[in-house]
Design a protein around this ligand. Structure first.
Ligand code: ADP
Ligand code: MG
Length: 678
């Protein structure tokens, strides 16, 4: 008896090496295998008489091998196997390049189904490197619609589809699905078992579409249930009463007048905190909309009432910056603020932890080091997470577990299309800061190619000569990607030594020691650096208003939301800012993205565009939202299903909040948020 969460070594053809290779595709268990969905299909269902085939057509023919295959070596390293095939209507020449084993596999007189692209050469058809199978063997790769999978080295399409075929047989009867019966009936979904088979090996495209529809619904429904049940748990929490303070006292201490949107957000927060129930609120505002001061108002209120607040930022860089900002903002009120980071010495950390435990530290700012077990608060009433999309859903709740039902405030600069906001933030109340501080000008954005490099360098020089500063961002493909680090280093050296030897150029990247990073940022913020070359470590939150030009190298490699975040580092002062998207290569999709950036500055509009280009699955799954990765709901066609899934989840949770009547669903929901803390 096989189990869905058991291994896959029992499958014929999957030995140790291939099992290892499959792990790279995140396939560990039988369930992973059968839910490794194809990203596309190739329609090989048409089987034609040779005479009916058109020049350039891809199709199957069923034919007999009419001549014995011959093997020829035409030059070093190049081998050809050739033979002729025929059916009642006509004949074709078949050639295999560098697959000499075909000579052994194919016998004269055998009948096979061949699939490939036919091209007419004079009187004959030529077929090169076709797929072939014995015609009587119940073809897997010919005569039907064949799935196309994302592959990895060591795993060919054949190996994978054979493994999945066997996996589906082994999982027979186990793939029950998690949709309640009444929902299955209401939408006329095919059964889960059928859907899994049909998504891989559909009889026709209609059946594939039915399978997709069900599986997408199921996936989004599960997600909606997971988030919905978090919300219902949260609304039951009672919270410390923080009496509503006279906000004017705080407002009048600030160097600027708050915008209407900022005041509304502060109002929402103070109302929550004084209500007797625990606050669970998201402040969503575009980059530069001024979320920090809103958080400061909340801290001010909590401290006034005699409680501690914690503020968690995703990077040490940001934690440093926030420490400075909060110290300044709250100085008039004598708030004792401390900083706690992983990179501090054990002794420093111990001292800080003592201040926290004694309640002497009123505001604690830090990275996820705050989550560490030995950080104990005396009377924590407010837990704030900045740039929450950089944390997993689990982590954002982890901070709130530092005390009994503290008020929870999360802040995000990632605008979410309205269609998705409900799902992503289903467990939170939302305040939107939809207004920028006065006097901000939109950052003028240009997509440029290498031929504009000279002019761009001239522009950078002019900017610096006016006393302004410049960011140059190099792509970081993955967090620990040495190659991209190398490119940032090289680019830095080029700028420092060759292009701008007379200017102050510095480098910032994630692999530097924390103290070094802090030092570079401090010098940049203090105007001691003219040009800061960096990887995407500056993506979130960094605030240096005197920096007015940003150059993004290889901009085609970035996603829209990341480009928007990066661009948000400039345009933070009263002066006109510029962003140059340097194109390393062109492509239809990336060109469209860069065009969107030059056209749109509103984060919400950009996020709608992002969603349109990528589909909700990619949108959820990407780092930006801390959501679990979707297996199938990744194409734009999932959008319609989304609101239905959301509705049904909500209805179900109203009748059965703990999903007790739906144990399979409950299990799946729990599994979805098994996100490990690091
Ligand atoms: P974000 O929402 O991206 O976190 P910040 O809180 O870092 O934005 O604010 C961006 C900049 O705008 C900061 O320099 C901050 O001092 C400034 N700022 C915030 N609110 C106002 C306001 N109402 N008027 C003028 N400047 C403001
Ligand atoms: Mg911020």
């Amino acid at each position: 008896m096989n189990e869905l969460n058991g291994g896959i070594r029992f499958i014929k053809g999957i030995g140790e090496a291939r099992a290892k290779a499959l792990e790279k595709l995140d396939i560990h268990t039988l369930y992973d295998l059968v839910s490794y969905f194809p990203r596309d299909y190739e329609d090989r269902s048409a089987v034609k008489p040779i005479a009916d085939v058109q020049d350039g057509e891809n199709c199957c023919v069923k034919a007999v091998v009419a001549t014995a295959p011959t093997l020829a070596r035409i030059r070093k390293g190049m081998e050809l196997v050739k033979f002729r095939i025929a059916d009642e209507s006509g004949a074709a020449n078949v050639t295999f390049f560098n697959q000499s084993y075909v000579k052994r596999n194919i016998a004269r007189g055998g009948v096979y189904t061949f699939y490939g692209r036919f091209s007419r050469m004079g009187l004959h058809f030529e077929l090169t490197n076709p797929v072939y199978e014995k015609a009587d063997g119940g073809g897997v790769n010919t005569g039907r619609i064949v799935p196309v999978y994302r592959l990895t080295s060591g795993i060919s399409r054949n190996v994978l589809s054979n493994a999945i075929e066997q996996g589906l047989k082994a999982a027979d009867g186990l793939l029950k699905g998690v949709l309640p019966d009444h929902i299955e009936r209401k939408y006329g979904f095919i059964s889960s078992q059928q859907a899994y088979r049909a998504i891989h090996f559909p009889k026709d495209m209609t059946e594939a579409a039915c399978a997709r529809r069900r599986l997408i619904f199921e996936e989004l429904f599960t997600l909606a249930c997971a988030l919905g049940s978090m919300k219902s748990r949260n609304t039951e929490r009672s919270g410390t009463v923080i009496p509503m303070p006279e906000t004017e006292k705080f407002y009048s201490s600030l160097p600027f007048e708050l915008t209407g949107a900022q005041k509304r957000a502060v109002g929402d927060i103070l109302a929550d905190m004084s209500s007797g129930r625990a606050m669970n609120r998201l402040v969503q505002g575009d980059v530069g909309s001024g979320k920090t001061v809103v958080a400061a108002a909340a801290v001010w209120a909590a401290v006034r009432a005699g409680y501690q607040s914690a503020f968690m930022a995703p990077t040490e860089l940001l934690a440093d910056q926030h420490y400075n900002t909060f110290t300044k903002l709250l100085a008039p009120f004598g708030v004792k603020t401390v900083l706690l980071k992983g990179s501090m010495t054990a002794k420093q950390k111990k001292e800080i932890r003592e201040l926290i435990a004694l309640g002497e530290a009123e505001l604690v700012i830090g990275t996820h080091a705050l989550l560490s077990e030995n950080v104990v608060f005396k009377k924590l009433a407010l837990a704030i997470t900045d740039e929450q999309h950089r944390f997993g859903v689990r982590q954002r709740t982890a901070l709130s577990e530092k005390s009994d039902d503290p008020h929870v405030l999360v802040m995000s600069a990632t605008p979410i299309p309205r269609t998705l906001a409900l799902i992503i933030y289903g467990d939170l109340d939302v305040s939107v800061i939809d207004e920028l501080p006065p006097g901000r000008k939109t950052t003028e954005t240009f997509a440029v190619s290498e031929d504009k490099r000279e002019r761009l360098n001239g522009f950078i020089r002019k900017t610096v000569s006016e006393g302004r500063q410049v960011y140059v961002v190099c792509p970081m493909i993955e967090e620990n990607d040495d190659l991209s680090l190398h490119s940032a280093e090289e680019h830095f050296e080029q700028l420092r030594d060759v292009v701008f030897p007379d200017l102050r150029v510095a480098l910032l990247h994630g692999k530097m020691r924390s103290a070094e990073k802090t030092d570079v940022m401090r010098r940049f913020a203090g105007g001691e650096i003219d040009i800061l070359v960096s990887t995407t470590v500056i993506e979130v939150g960094v605030d240096v208003p005197n920096a007015v030009v940003m150059v993004i190298e290889n901009a085609e490699r970035f996603g829209l939301s990341q480009l928007h975040q990066l661009r948000g580092r400039v345009g933070r002062g009263a002066d006109k800012s510029y962003c140059f998207l340097m194109r390393g290569s062109r492509g239809a999709e990336s060109d469209e993205r860069l065009r969107a950036m030059t056209r749109l500055s509103d984060g919400f509009k950009l996020s709608e565009e992002d969603l349109r280009l990528r589909g909700p699955g990619d949108f959820f799954g990407s780092r930006q939202h801390g959501m679990p990765e979707m297996k199938i709901a990744s194409l734009a066609d999932s959008l319609d299903v989304l609101s239905a899934a959301q509705d049904e989840a909500q209805k179900l949770l109203e009748t059965d909040p703990a999903l007790k009547k739906y144990p399979e669903l409950e299990k799946r929901v729990k599994k979805l948020f098994e996100i490990k803390l690091n």
